[in-house]
Design a protein. Structure first.
Length: 367
């Protein structure tokens, strides 16, 4: 079996990173040969070149759609591709056009990671319901649900959960890097998030939660809040922090390349998103045995069970989020129970080996 993975994304987003993870997991399989097609000078092309992966590139200029269609057709014919696996909606347009020029036995798959609503328009219904799309792979049931009003044949939808290297994260140790950077005592609890500073992540609710925790902290600990990440809302968030007089309580680190070294310092992982597919950072927190408090955005409730593997709140409900944080910090037995349950879940269901087996079986069941 020969598989061509196609992306039109220049930067490296979560979907492409996970696609490359699956590519590497399946390299050991003798009955699968994989290829990647990505834009010239993209981040992924650089990674592929460095790793000596099987990859092709196309020029992303004003003729980008035509260039991508031509590239897909050429590679399909040259390599006798069995499956064209599309990883973003723009590449899907090219994939559907390319299918008109390749042999009928070649099948088209689409992966969908985000649960952003798809507008119920004729063109969207036509595109996503196209008979040439054999299956749409979603990272959560919540992502599946965005197709409710778009496609009629729900049997074409399948959920394959993303995964992480559980063993790698479980062996990470607390290096106290954030404590030293922000001059915090060793006993200070850090409530943190790793996120792009975008509207989707609703970090204003993160800050509102920090204010409520500060105002009613009934624990024996100082509690500080840290956001690791960068993005377009950085200045707005800094102004919001200042406006709430939280400059000594909420810290923005900016982009960090050593996230895996920083995550173990969190006493609690706080996700305040208003929309999500199912963020890997929650799996990573589970594997590091960090309790998770989160909003019920997208697929999060599929892994965070309230009171069992973490705590959930409605979107923008900073009151409930703050109460859950204080409850965990005040009850060490509850904290241990939550961490144990969450670790067991991620180890059994969301480890890389589980995802490898799921994709291997899926690819061979497709034709």
């Amino acid at each position: 079996m020969k598989i061509l993975n196609v992306t039109s994304i220049t930067e490296l987003r979560g979907g492409d990173a996970q696609m490359y993870t699956v590519y590497n997991l399946l390299k050991e399989k003798k009955d699968i040969e994989q290829f990647i097609l990505c834009p010239e000078n993209s981040v992924l092309s650089g990674i592929c070149k460095k790793d000596k992966a099987n990859y092709f590139t196309y020029k992303k200029n004003k003729f980008k759609l035509i260039n991508l269609v031509v590239a897909i057709v050429k590679i399909c014919k040259q390599e006798s591709i069995s499956i064209v696996h599309i990883h973003d909606s723009t590449a899907l347009n090219a994939g559907l056009l390319a299918m008109k020029f390749v042999k009928n036995s070649t099948i088209l798959l689409l992966s969908r990671k985000r649960n952003n609503k798809i507008k119920d328009k004729f063109l969207n219904r036509f595109k996503y319901s196209h008979p040439n799309i054999k299956k749409i792979i979603c990272v959560s049931k919540a992502v599946e649900s965005i197709f409710d009003n778009i496609i009629n044949n729900k049997s074409r939808l399948i959920t394959i959960y993303d995964a992480i290297d559980v063993e790698k994260f479980s062996h990470q140790t607390n290096k106290n890097l954030l404590h030293k950077e922000f001059n915090l005592s060793a006993e200070t609890k850090i409530v943190g998030n790793i996120a792009g500073l975008t509207h989707q992540k609703d970090l204003f609710t993160f800050i509102d939660t920090a204010k409520k925790v500060k105002d009613k902290n009934n624990t024996n600990f100082d509690i500080k809040f840290v956001i690791i990440g960068d993005g377009p809302l950085k200045l707005d968030l800094l102004n919001y922090i200042k406006g709430n007089n939280l400059q000594n309580d909420v810290f923005l680190t900016g982009f960090r390349s050593n996230v895996t070294d920083l995550l173990p310092e969190f006493s609690i992982f706080l996700n305040t998103s208003i929309t999500e597919g199912l963020p890997l950072t929650i799996y990573e927190a589970f594997a590091c045995k960090i309790p998770v408090v989160a909003t019920m955005a997208g697929g999060i409730p599929e892994v965070v069970t309230n009171g069992t593997t973490g705590f959930l709140a409605n979107l923008k409900d900073s009151e409930s989020l703050s109460e859950s944080i204080l409850k965990i910090i005040n009850d060490s037995n509850l904290e241990t129970e939550i961490k144990t349950n969450a670790f067991k879940l991620v180890q059994q269901n969301h480890d890389l080996n589980v995802m490898k087996d799921n994709y291997y079986k899926f690819y061979f069941d497709c034709p």
